[in-house]
Design a protein. Sequence first.
Length: 168
Amino acid sequence: MPLVGGNASSPFPPSWRFSLGAFQERTRPLVSFFPCSECGQRAVGKLAAIYANWFAEDDKRQAYRMRLCVTCLTRLMEQLRKHSSGDSGLLTTCPLCGEDSSQNLSGVYLTIYPPKQPEREYALTMCSSCAPLLQAPFLERGDKLGDRSVGAAAPTNATSAEWAQVPW
């Protein structure tokens, strides 16, 4: 096999010389480093990162992350779009069952980072009976994220006069 880096008169030390044979064996496509959180398969390419958070009954924020392949993300989005509407009067309609959730609202917030695309944010107005259906996969297979309010208090050096000048 020919050596890259020259021969004995090469300016490169012998430890820098390598064979091209090692690079010619890669014929399979690269798969994701992590398996899909839903189906467990390693997909070709990168996975989408989905961050979900909601507030539990004790007003504590719970946040989780999952990584989904394109098939599992498509299935999730189809499920959430089943009862969606462009009518602004139906903002409290549960995306899973289509019922009015204004009396028993349980909000779930999703931020989705698909590979090589802009992030997408969703504030889902779910009813309290359907919210656990969406939360369950995150609780079972997702990575629990820490409380981001610990040690991350905003500085309080801005006076109220500074805030009054903001053109709201």
